[in-house]
Write a protein that binds this ligand. Structure first.
Ligand SMILES: [Zn+2]
Length: 87
């Protein structure tokens, strides 16, 4: 049986494991870097902008895990992005 990658929808080379709800999105990570990686979420206490709300939602998905299928292409890319943004 073919399984869909929960990140991109591809059915090639999927692996069943424990994944975050969203892959790392470089575009959003760059926005976080611009706002200040260690302080951007503090802004949420005093400001509500579309950008902050979007990043807060993304951050929440990135910290929520569930079992499912992700394809090899996605998780390889995600690993590289993890090294780039979180190590
Ligand atoms: Zn995929």
């Amino acid at each position: 049986m073919k399984h869909k990658c929960q990140w991109c929808g591809s059915e090639e080379d999927t692996v069943y494991s424990y994944w975050t709800m969203t892959p790392i999105v470089p575009e959003l990570e760059e926005q976080i870097n611009k706002l200040g990686r260690d302080t951007w979420f503090e802004k949420l206490e005093t400001e509500t902008t579309d950008e902050l709300e979007k990043l807060a939602f993304y951050d929440q998905l990135l910290n929520t895990f569930g079992n499912g299928y992700v394809c090899k292409k996605c998780y390889t890319e995600d690993e590289l992005n993890y090294i780039k943004y979180y190590e």
